[in-house]
Design a protein around this ligand. Sequence first.
Ligand code: PEP
Ligand code: MG
Length: 545
Amino acid sequence: MIKLKGKSVFNDVCIGKIHFYRRARSVIKRYHVSDTEAEVKRFHDAQAEGLRELQELHEKAVKSVGEADAAIFEVHQMMMEDQDYTESVENIIRTQEINAEYAIGTTADNFSSMFLAMDDEYMRGRAADVKDISDRLVRILSGAGRDNELEDDRYIIAADDLAPSETVQLDKSKVMGFILQQGSASSHTAILARSMGIPAVIGLGGDLTEEADGKTAIVDGASGEVIIDPDEETLDKYRKIKKGYDERKALLAQLKGRETVTLDGQKIKIFANIGSPADVAKVMENDAEGIGLFRSEFLYLQSEDFPGEDTQFAAYRQVAENMAGKKVIIRTLDIGADKQCAYFNLEHEENPALGYRAIRICLTRPEIFKTQLRALYRAAMYGNISIMFPMIISVSEVRKIKQICEEVKASLKADGIPYKDDVELGIMIETPAAALIADDLAQEVDFFSVGTNDLTQYTLAIDRVNRKLDPFLDTHHPAVLKLIKMAADSAHKYGKWIGICGELGADPELTRTFLKMGIDELSVSPSLVLKLRDQVIRTDMREEL
Ligand code: PEP
Ligand code: MG
């Protein structure tokens, strides 16, 4: 029995088998081969296996996401057996007498640089694909197998760290918990764990090794303890603790259908945050009053290429229809920083969190932005959709956005496509700049939603994904609370409403503070909605604390 200690992300307990997440090795070793023909055959065998895998993936994807989005796997098949690509790998093996993995890596680098140098945006996008098929071949050659495709059981996923793009691609129905060597509480992986309502412990450090793969473990999301190979006595203890959690969940379930109002009658709406249409089930199950943040970039992260207008329209429409008239706030894509998406081909940056991200990408690559806005205005016909824009720092950005929205509506009109004209438009207050000029911004938009994750990172100069800074992080820092109050006062001064959709909104120690500021809505992980309602209905604002 081994006990590890990390930081808790979601308070629940699970007991199950560990599956260690593996990714293709990024460093490929170069070694000499004397029998080059045998090496070429190794490459051809891997190619055949790769094509088989892609064929299978294509068939699965046709069933789950439809023909149009599944087509990327056909493109990958074509690229994998492309004559130029194949000849390049064979030539490098034969002339340099080196291993297939290295020849594939070199070919991938050459081809992707060639694609990146092209003028055509579509062709530039192929650079990521050639890397992708090459990684697949290298993984097959390394004999790693298709490790991250989980069998039918549910697992505790263990990893050094998980990027948001990796987390969203996991089959969530098979994940019962996360344990990570690294990670920080406001990273998107932690946010996903919270929204899935599963126990997660991060920051376990190097004591969590691949030796744990396949072993039974207990994840205690309250204490931050992970127990590998527990003895019977410990298992028994935790089965009882788990039962306690289940009973508490059953008690909270009784709050479904109850109004969220304090003992002295102050109302506040409790909405939920989602990352994909599939999450709506959890929103309903937990009786959230609306969706306060749909992180639309997760649609992009889940996809192998830019999701087209029709694909996005179908996703937004599905969410709007399933929410049956309840408010659905969809945030336009917030790619960049820790949410990296290969086919955007973003250049490496020294400070990505302060870099080319979110609305900055949308305003400089309007073709991407307009595709999304067209899908949103069309989907708004089918429910109560509001659109929200991330990372705003100035009034001029908001004016530019509104002008693009008008252009999008005009193009839909010209195309004879039905759309909703008067969609509510809001912005995220997640930079200190936005909070400080909230008075001006409030006159431009219909609502604000405070992104406390980024607002905290930018106000305190604390990188939200850097675990080393945890000792410096005061999530209740008065500077952050002061900025939220400023934004709330400005919103109300101009008759606008304000919500909070960052993780701080769910902090029970701040519920009273937010009620006092007159915050109109709190949007939290679906799994925390009823807990927060419980907190509100026990609060009496007449009491002086
Ligand atoms: C935030 O910054 O608080 C927020 C809600 O957006 P994200 O976590 O996706 O950056
Ligand atoms: Mg943010």
